[in-house]
Design a binder for this molecule. Structure first.
Ligand SMILES: [Zn+2]
Length: 222
């Protein structure tokens, strides 16, 4: 997996493409570079190629505009996925989409969520890319990457903190601390006191039940 670094030129949009070849011997940025050089380009037109096995290969230098969306290259980054020869569904792999999501998330973070993501087809009369990029990336109508849902560990820690207030979260908190997700001394203290609070709540609850029964009994209701 590559580590994305912002180029110094301004970037506002990211465009997605597919190579339109399912051949394994075309599954390499060197092959695409060769095609593009033969067409008279100075270099491969894309900045990244994502291979069938989910590797992200670097193509054209990020400091340069791509040659990928005629008339819409300025201010963009171009990403190509191998595959898509036979239309929708193509021969794309889950590993490719995982790599694409990771790369786009990195780009989105580098630009603080201010870049939009598009298919080549939005600016050209051609079916590129031939996968449902809006669904794969979870794009808004304007092409923004939606804020990722809180990860499981984060929501568990948050939920656990809330539950601790009710004296019920000993397990979640212990788990979170054990996993190193929570380092706060406040939570460490909470972890130690939570069992006490829980036991107290249970004891009080039981006492109320017993008292109510005795009271009912005394009134001759039972
Ligand atoms: Zn394209």
């Amino acid at each position: 997996m590559i580590e994305f670094r912002k180029p110094s030129r301004p970037v506002t949009r990211v465009f997605l493409h597919c190579s339109a070849s399912d051949h394994r011997h075309h599954d390499d940025v060197a092959v695409l570079r060769d095609w593009h050089l033969k067409r008279g380009f100075e270099d491969v037109g894309y900045h990244f190629l994502i291979t069938f096995d989910g590797r992200v290969q670097t193509g054209r230098a990020l400091e340069r505009h791509p040659a990928a969306q005629a008339g819409h290259n300025t201010g963009t980054i171009a990403i190509c996925l191998s595959g898509g020869q036979n239309g929708q569904g193509g021969a794309f792999t889950p590993a490719q989409f995982d790599a694409l999501r990771d790369l786009c998330a990195q780009i989105n973070a580098a630009y603080a969520g201010k870049v939009t993501f598009h298919g080549h087809q939005e600016v050209a009369n051609r079916a590129c890319p031939v996968f449902d990029y809006r669904r794969e990336l979870g794009l808004s109508a304007q092409g923004y990457l939606r804020a990722p849902r809180p990860s499981l560990s984060r929501s568990r820690t948050l939920g656990g903190t809330r539950m601790a207030a009710a004296g019920l979260a000993t397990v979640s908190l212990h788990e979170a601390v054990a996993l190193g997700e929570v380092a706060s001394p406040v939570l460490s203290i909470a972890m130690q006191t939570v069992p006490l609070i829980a036991v107290s709540l249970i004891a009080v609850g039981l006492a109320v039940v017993v008292w109510a029964r005795m009271d009912d009994h005394a009134r001759g209701l039972r």
